[in-house]
Each structure stands twice: as C-alpha cells, then as structure tokens.
Design a protein around this ligand. Structure first.
Ligand SMILES: N[C@@H](CCC(=O)N[C@@H](CS)C(=O)NCC(=O)O)C(=O)O
Length: 201
C-alpha cells in the first residue's frame, strides 16, 4: 500500500475531504498539521505557496479538488463511466462554488463591506444554493443514487461551511441531513471523526 502524507493547517477545511477519503477505507496516513507561526518559513517550499499537500510515496501533489478526486479513484468512490464521473463532478463543483461564495464574504477584509455582503449571502446566495443542493440530494446522495465521493466531500467540508456561514446550513434540509447521516455512519469515517483533533473549522 502506498504511504500517504497530508500536510495542512490544524483545521478541517480543504484537507478534510482527503482525510475522509483515506479514512473511508481505513488507509493509514500521516496527518501533518503546520502551526500558523511556522507557516512563513515553509510557505516558499510548497509548489504554490499553499496547502493542502498530499504526498504519495514521497511524490508531492497540490490542489485539493484534484487530490480528492485522485483519492476517490483509489478507494472506488467514482463513477463507472465518463458520464457518471461528470455527474459526480457537477455536484462537487457546485458545493465548491458554494464554499467560495461563502468564503468571499467571510474573508472580506473591510468590516463594513463584509456586513453588506453578508446580507446578500444570507438572503440570496445561501437559500439559492441550499435549495439546489437539497434537490440534488433528493434520494440521499448527490450523484448516481449511491454513495460517491461527492457525498464524502460535502460532509467533510460542512463544518467549514457552517463556520464561515455562521449557521447550521443543513437545518431543515432533510435530504442534506440524510447525506450527512449516511457518511457519518460509515465505519471508517466514524473512526476518523472520533479520533481526529477537535477544531472548529
Ligand atoms: N486551490 C487551492 C487553494 C489552497 C488554499 O487556498 N490554501 C490556503 C488555506 S485554505 C493556504 O494555503 N493559505 C496560506 C497562504 O496562502 O499563505 C486548493 O484547493 O488546494
């Protein structure tokens, strides 16, 4: 079995889908968490000056979605043809678009501008995306009517989304809650969630 190492900050955010995918099959990995005070010295050694980084037998990869998709192939959570993979990718890209829209507000440096942007986020963006995502998950899964990496991706980033949105995004969304329950009930994920470092996001 390849040796896996994940490097990121001490948060779930963009590395958690990688951790979920490996944990799903109980694949061991080194979970390296860089302290923010150590980051400036390390930043320039990273391919794009950013994390997460995945190392597979010492070979280094970056870009969280590409790495998550790679691990999904390793653990068999992809489609069985190109069209099925497209359906999974559509769900994942939609979730990722949602993340970036919430992030654009959370990381807006001007406080007054952030306040204004949060009104639009709360009244328009969040309801729009949640309605679409709830409909996509009508049968308890985001794609193909079965468990795929889109489901694991959503649940893995959910704490991060809730933190940035400052609300429980799955409240009163039965289909999204079903996805959450299904993923959190998987043995490998249950074990990981029980033992992972406790962080807000
Ligand atoms: N497109 C990249 C974005 C990575 C990214 O934004 N990483 C942030 C943390 S979430 C980072 O490394 N920030 C530190 C910095 O830019 O100095 C990915 O998805 O992996």
């Amino acid at each position: 079995m390849p040796e896996y190492k994940i490097q990121y900050f001490n948060v779930k955010a963009l590395a958690e889908p990688l951790r979920f995918l490996l944990s799903y099959k109980n694949i061991p990995f080194e979970d390296v968490r860089i302290k923010s005070e150590d980051w400036p010295a390390i930043k320039n050694t990273m391919p794009m000056g950013q994390m997460p980084i995945l190392e597979v037998d010492g070979k280094r990869a970056h870009q969280s979605l590409a790495m998550t998709r790679y691990l999904a192939k390793q653990v068999g959570l992809v489609g069985s043809n190109d069209w099925e993979d497209l359906e999974i990718d559509m769900a994942v890209d939609t979730i990722n678009d949602f993340r970036m829209k919430i992030g654009a507000v959370q990381y807006e440096p001007d406080e007054e501008v952030q306040k204004k942007k949060r009104v639009t986020l709360d009244n328009e963006t969040i309801p729009f995306y949640l309605e679409k995502l709830e409909a996509m998950a009508a049968d308890g899964h985001f794609a193909l009517g079965k468990l795929t990496w889109a489901d694991l991706y959503f649940v893995a980033v959910l704490d991060y989304l809730n933190y940035m949105a400052k609300k429980d995004l799955t409240e009163n969304r039965p289909n999204l809650n079903k996805v959450k329950e299904t993923v959190l009930a998987l043995d490998g994920i249950k074990n990981w969630v029980a033992k992972r470092p406790q962080t807000d996001l």
